[in-house]
Design a protein. Structure first.
Length: 80
């Protein structure tokens, strides 16, 4: 924890999700990310980017393939 300008400001490091697509582990990880984002008052638009940047290995490949399929089907970008 560090204090800046008279108020408490916490810094959090969000670890990458690098498990092998285990839904239970993913949802546990996502709950932690959601609580951090809620505390830091991060808007949904930035949450999506934060989560996608922290997906590793298989989850990152899955997301890339899903986004690619959405582009080919002319669907809108994922925003929340």
């Amino acid at each position: 924890m560090r204090c800046e300008g008279g108020r408490d400001d916490f810094r959090f490091d969000i670890r990458k999700f690098e498990e092998q697509l285990d839904p239970n582990l993913f949802f546990d990880w996502l709950q932690i990310v959601e609580r951090i984002c809620e505390y830091k008052q991060i808007p949904n638009k930035k949450k999506v980017k934060l989560v996608t940047l922290n997906l590793g290995n298989y989850a990152s490949i899955w997301l890339f393939n899903m986004v690619d399929r959405r582009v080919h089907k002319r669907k809108c970008k994922i925003k929340s």
